[in-house]
Write a protein of this length. Structure first.
Lengths: 73, 384
């Protein structure tokens, strides 16, 4: 399955398989995905890279943003 | 490691334009090398909003957009996947009477181009879209426009080209370009040397450097959209949305996530961009106004990308004015995803025939007047 994607790097595996794109955004599954990719491609784990960090660091509710905007106003 | 490749056509840039050109050239039976410094479809072609939209484009782009529309209609046959492409319809909203008049004016101007636009007044709009916020007072619907998953579609064009025999090289950065008689000679940072009769400049936001190297600099700047995606929500929105004047756009994918965009991010360096946190907050605020159903939802990820903009927000497509065999296709002003596959076919035709039946004159590089020579084209002959 991992080999089928042709990915040799973790962010590419993410783009081709959606790993790291769910609610945890890779915070829980990222390390396991790196292990699996390293094993599937016979590379040391350092070479598969790690998922690029993207905002927000945890799910950001629309309600929180709106409350902040109202506070400013 | 030294490796030499001799080919008819070298393409720099494995985005949707370069990869679809590679695919079209292979379908014509020409030899092609596709050179991508990162991974194919990993930059703006793969991380854009995913709008497959003709509505709202400058009229000069509509023949290309119509050609692309037909290509999108047979996507699985061409690239082997559906890419989550759906013809959901694209609705462009007006938040004022002036905006509604602008939508109606565009509808009239674009008559005859086959978009089939339908104006919806306030009542019809809210009946059709009960999930819309109150601020929208009118809308223009393009029923056959839609959206797709760029993360899947753009790499699939490169994969399809490779399956048909294109020499696709990823993680191959071209660091030297030169003319060698009738040929181009390209050298990469990993020891590859490519010799070709034609060179296609499909390097997106970075294509200006290649044009400059061949003596025709263009006034290109980079833009960085702010994109955000929510957790999966119950399906409620069956259209891709935009607003007149820009600012905010949104769609909901089949698995329920809403993808929204708007505002501007910033460049982290030459190759990477990030959404600005104040722009994220503003985009979320505007999205909520447009889509009250988002009230209880969360954004799980934000991102940006690097897009090339020319001052008139039109791309450069066509032959170089300085260098025989050089063809440009870049600068899509954040709107290259839909027309990309048609642009790929058109520049493949320029290689094979020296011209294309799809009009591209408005996109000539000579409009910036950086060179005085006339565009030069010569079709590939069997001797090549």
């Amino acid at each position: 399955m991992v080999r089928d994607t042709g990915a040799i790097e973790l962010n590419r595996l993410k783009a081709l398989s959606r790993v790291g794109m769910g609610r945890c955004q890779g915070r829980i599954c990222g390390a396991a995905a790196a292990e699996i990719l390293a094993q599937a491609t016979q590379q040391p784990i350092e070479l598969v890279g790690r998922l690029r960090g993207q905002a927000p660091i945890k799910p950001l509710p629309f309600a929180a943003v709106q409350a902040a905007a109202e506070e400013v106003a | 490691m030294k490796e030499r490749v001799s080919t008819q056509v070298a393409i720099i840039g494995g985005g949707i334009v370069g990869a679809s050109a590679a695919l079209a050239l292979r379908r014509m039976g020409l030899r092609v090398a596709l050179l991508e410094r990162d991974f194919c479809g990993s930059r703006s072609s793969g991380v854009n909003y995913g709008g497959v939209r003709r509505q709202g484009r400058p009229l000069e782009q509509l023949p290309l957009a119509q050609r692309a529309h037909a290509i999108w209609g047979k996507l699985p046959e061409l690239i082997g996947i559906d890419g989550e492409y759906i013809r959901s319809g694209h609705l462009k909203l007006a938040r004022s009477e002036a905006d509604a008049a602008a939508l109606e004016a565009y509808r009239q101007r674009s008559l005859g181009h086959g978009l089939g636009l339908q104006m919806l007044g306030q009542r019809a709009l809210h009946e059709r879209c009960p999930w819309l916020g109150e601020r929208a007072i009118a809308g223009s619907l393009c029923p056959e426009d839609g959206h797709a998953n760029p993360r899947l579609v753009s790499p699939a064009f490169a994969r399809a080209a490779r399956a048909l025999g294109a020499d696709v090289r990823e993680q191959t950065r071209i660091v030297e370009m030169a003319r060698d008689g009738e040929h181009f000679l390209l050298r990469s940072d990993n020891g590859l040397e490519v010799r070709s009769r034609f060179l296609l400049n499909c390097a997106g936001a970075w294509a200006g450097r290649i044009a400059e190297q061949f003596g025709e600099p263009v006034p290109m700047t980079s833009g960085h959209p702010v994109m955000a995606v929510t957790e999966p929500l119950p399906l409620f929105m069956d259209l891709s949305l935009g607003v007149e004047g820009g600012g905010i756009y949104g769609r909901q994918v089949q698995r329920g996530n809403c993808v929204i965009g708007g505002g501007r991010g910033y460049a982290l360096d030459d190759e990477r961009a990030r959404p600005a946190s104040d722009a994220i907050a503003k985009t979320m605020h505007q999205a909520l106004e447009l889509l009250p159903a988002l009230r209880g939802a969360s954004v799980i990820r934000c991102w940006s990308g690097t897009e090339g903009y020319l001052p008139d927000h039109q791309p450069v497509i066509g032959f170089s004015a300085t260098t025989p065999g050089l063809i440009h296709a870049f600068g899509f002003a954040g709107a290259g995803f839909q027309i990309g596959p048609a642009v790929g076919e058109v520049i493949a035709e320029l290689v094979r025939d020296g011209l294309s039946a799809t009009p591209i004159e408005p996109f000539a590089i000579t409009r910036f007047n950086t060179s005085t020579a006339a565009p030069t084209g010569r079709a590939l002959t069997t001797a090549d």
